[in-house]
Design a protein around this ligand. Structure first.
Ligand code: ADP
Ligand code: MG
Length: 473
């Protein structure tokens, strides 16, 4: 299969993300919502769908849903719980309680580190299903010998976040899921663990000729368990659709299954014979109309969100793009801002945070010590390489950067000592010096190298370059 020619085709992606909300109990009952556990122990009459059991809405789930809705710039509105009817063995009531035409959160957006703004159509509350394990055969239902049902997960609150088809490639889709996960974790709504199924991504993909207005027919891909699979599935699926159209066939709207092992998507079910869920308002539940004062209290309790933190850091440091995104992702923005406040050069501070602070312990770094280190470097007391070494030690064991530098013999080279050394090297290499004076920029490295060798790496490369330029006049 060929790749997709970006000059001829545009890939369109819209994601539906299900996030398990971090409540103590289930959406409509007091059974624990904890992950895992001995099968069928996190259950109660409602989870089992026993006649006469009635749902009681979990206020904590509603509050978390509102927190996410506000963080995604949605309108929080009056909503109605509806029954979505279908038979499934891991959902004994034979319907799922969800929200249909009136979701709790509507019409928001999420800003990615690239600056792209992706529309959010809705983020509604619903219950999770249980888990079936098909034993024997390939682990799929059709050739299984028998199936086991675990209802521990049935009834756990989910927020289904439906994104608009605003994404255009695998990288953007991955960035969207990462950003959404960061928001969910920041507001305390979810632990964001894809590997435990707390965050599940269904991915809709279509293609259209570049420049076309109308969207192409989409396929929905399920069973994506990591950001890596998400990217692979999109690239595979887009190429499959382009190949079909190029061969004169058409894309059929269907649900497809991502197979991690063969790296392909496979037909799961056709959407055209689709889903008549016979939605109707659940008569056991009243409509949900959150008090505006409560919503405002929730809004004022939200932490600063990743996008706001990126903007703040960019403004105060003058940096932009990937560096800022990475520093915020690592949770080092407060540290950098405190160091900058303490007089550290913003650009050097950001460079260190981007390249030399990947260590988890970097968050505990003392901002004053970090600032002092950056100042020693910008004052010329430490070279970039020496500063990096001292910083690594600060992260590992704390302490005073000046003391660490002294201990390692990183005392600054005296300027006149350095000048004398540069003059000596110029005198010893007249041919190279002539080439330098004639404007051969490549020869600069030769001189810097000579000085470094003579000083055992103690000299500041930038200072040497500046001295050379001054000698040339
Ligand atoms: P369904 O009810 O079948 O899931 P929705 O209208 O709710 O359908 O859309 C689900 C998702 O599909 C949304 O995330 C949306 O962005 C995405 N989507 C809709 N049309 C397209 C398309 N042509 N190409 C890619 N994604 C699409
Ligand atoms: Mg859907």
């Amino acid at each position: 299969m060929s790749g997709v020619d970006p000059d001829r085709w545009e890939v369109v992606i819209g994601l539906e993300v299900h996030a398990e909300l971090a409540t103590r109990t289930k959406l409509f009952s007091s059974a624990t919502a904890e992950f895992g556990g001995e099968p069928n122990t996190h259950v109660d009459p409602l989870t089992l769908g026993l006649p006469g059991s009635l749902p009681v809405l979990n206020v904590q789930a509603v509050e978390l849903a509102i927190r996410v809705g506000l963080a995604l710039n949605c309108t929080v509105q009056r909503s109605v719980f509806a029954r979505k009817n279908y038979f499934y063995p891991d959902q004994p009531k034979n319907y799922q309680i969800s929200q249909f035409d009136l979701p709790i959160n509507a019409d928001g957006w999420l800003e990615l580190p690239s600056g792209q703004v992706v529309g959010i159509e809705r983020a509604h509350l619903e219950e999770d299903t249980g888990k079936s394990t098909h034993v024997g055969g390939g682990g799929r239902i059709h050739d299984a010998q028998y199936s086991l049902v675990d209802l521990n997960r049935a009834g756990v609150p989910l927020l289904e976040i439906v994104g608009r088809p605003d994404l255009r490639d695998a990288e953007g889709a991955r960035a969207y899921v990462s950003e959404l996960r960061a928001v969910l974790v920041a507001v305390g709504a979810s632990d964001g663990k894809m590997e435990e199924g707390s965050l599940r991504v269904d991915c809709n993909v279509s293609v259209r000729p570049r420049g076309a207005e109308e969207l192409g027919t989409r396929c929905e891909i399920k069973n994506i368990n990591s950001l890596r699979s998400l990217g692979r599935a999109i690239d595979y699926e887009a190429a499959r659709q382009v190949d079909l159209i190029t061969a004169g066939e058409r894309v059929v709207q269907e649900t497809r299954h991502w197979n991690e092992d063969d790296g392909r998507t496979h037909t799961l079910r056709s959407k055209e014979e689709a889903d008549d869920y016979r939605y109707f308002p659940d008569p056991d539940l009243v409509e949900l109309d959150p008090d505006p004062e409560w919503v405002e209290r929730i809004r004022s309790s939200l932490p600063m969100l990743p996008a706001q933190r990126r903007h703040r850091l960019a403004e105060r440091s003058g940096a932009a793009g990937d560096a800022v995104a990475l520093v915020v992702e690592r949770g080092l923005d407060d540290l950098c801002l405190a160091a900058i406040d303490a007089g550290a050069d913003p650009a050097r501070t950001l460079t260190h945070a981007e390249h030399n602070l990947a260590d988890d312990r970097a968050q505990e770094l003392d901002p004053a010590a970090f600032a002092a280190l950056v100042r020693m470097e910008t004052d010329g007391a430490l070279t970039a390489t020496q500063a990096k070494t001292v910083l690594a030690e600060l992260v590992a064991s704390g302490g005073d950067p000046a003391a660490i530098a002294a201990e390692r013999g990183f005392e600054a080279m005296d300027t006149s000592e350095l000048e004398g050394m540069v003059d000596g090297i110029i005198a010893a290499n007249p041919d190279e010096w002539q080439r330098y004076c004639d404007g051969d920029a490549k020869i600069t490295g030769f001189f810097v190298g000579q000085v470094m060798q003579a000083t055992g790496g103690k000299a500041d490369g930038k200072a040497v370059t500046a001295l050379l330029a001054a000698r040339r006049g």
